[in-house]
Design a protein. Structure first.
Length: 179
């Protein structure tokens, strides 16, 4: 009798988990800054999630649960980073109707500048921006993933945006000055 329950459980896990694969990989790649490490992180996340799936409560936020497992896996793989609360201290452009080569070049340069700026941010800022802006998670979902209060999500997001803005301003000034 236990075998059908295990199959149902595995089928339910597969139904819930497989649609998240690309989102999890993208988040892992941004965190790890390495494709091979991102693949390993996602694989380990799925293994841990499947192992712990019996403890997951259906009806709760499965997406946030998976992202939390991924984040904790990443943090515990790094020295000096903890899977507990960290202390508080793809931008899409709207294409013009008929882009000219100059516009395309500027948009690519801007996108690359933002990507580079994201890679330079500390992990707590990078992860909160990615979860909010790229994965389009609500503040509540982000709070679940990062295991922090919603108020902390809002203040950290504010500081992360400000830090990214400062980095981009400096980069833009460097471009203007030919640096």
């Amino acid at each position: 009798m236990e075998v059908p329950d295990q199959r149902l459980s595995a089928a339910t896990f597969e139904e819930l988990a497989l649609p998240l694969f690309e989102q999890l990989y993208n988040f892992a790649h941004w965190l790890a800054q390495d494709a091979a490490e991102a693949e390993d992180l996602v694989q380990e996340t799925y293994v841990k999630a499947l192992r712990g799936f019996s403890g997951f409560q259906l009806g709760t936020n499965f997406r946030a649960w998976m992202f939390r497992i991924l984040r904790n896996t990443f943090l515990t793989s790094r020295t000096g980073l903890k899977s507990t609360v960290v202390s508080d201290e793809e931008i899409e452009t709207i294409p013009s109707a008929a882009p000219n080569p100059e516009t395309v070049l500027i948009e690519r340069a801007n996108r690359e500048m933002v990507r580079q700026g994201l890679t330079e941010l500390p992990v707590p800022f990078r992860e909160i921006l990615l979860l909010c802006e790229v994965e389009e998670m609500s503040y509540e979902e982000i709070a679940q993933v990062l295991t922090i209060p919603v108020g902390t999500v809002m203040s950290r997001l504010f500081r992360a945006r400000r830090a990214l803005r400062s980095l981009l301003v400096e980069k833009f000034k460097g471009v203007q000055n030919g640096v």
